[in-house]
Design a protein around this ligand. Sequence first.
Ligand code: ZN
Length: 266
Amino acid sequence: MPELPEVETVARQLKPKLVGRKIVSLNVLDSKLKHLAKTNLDGYKVVEVERLGKQVVLSLQKNKSQKYVAVHLRMTGRLIWSDRKVLADPHRRLDLKLNGGFLNFVDTRRFGTVEVADNLSNFTPKGQEPLSSEFNLDYLIHLTKNSKQNIKHWLLRQDKIVGLGNIYASEILFASGISPIKEVGKLKKQELTEICKHTKRILKKAIANCGTTFSDFQDSRGDIGNFQKFLKVYDREGLKCINCPNKIERIVQQGRSTFYCKRCQR
Ligand SMILES: [Zn+2]
């Protein structure tokens, strides 16, 4: 499942390809997207492409009318630009024909979603954007107060922080020296400071490296990200910790794997 850096990578790559182009037609190929069959985007111009939470959002304009297309990639969704002809891929589910090319939505497992709305607020995520200035120590203190969840699970809650998944949550806790089983409401101010700092640092570094590639993720060019070579604990079960002689352990929390060092994370 792509996390924030992977979706940001896709949006950044598509922006220069799409902005300024006009939509010629919308072609829906998958019955699961049939709610879009009557959507008319013809003549709308792409004015912005950005990430909103874990969605890639296209802002469109025609005269004074505005529309927004939000794509959630989920497990295997990919947005691929092709400038000659539409992509020949059996898993293509939808494409936008624009002047000068096609935006193809390809999705093997078909969990991805595409929605169109007149207001951007329809797609505003509930949780806080971790790279915004509003995501800070005060916000974390306020939100974590009295919560009895473990910190690893809490970091994955999209209604609190948007965009974090299993990979980055494990990495953030390792960098912060905090055990993933610790109750979030009992974290000290100093510990929350570390979490805040490393969340921003790790996400920025991952974006700079076009995300992490595990299993299915490919960016809009079919390339894979580079951040996996910077991972310190994720997927390293049984291997030596980079900071101490201990071995990295894997535990399962809420059905998801967590990787951590018992000695470095307390
Ligand atoms: Zn260690």
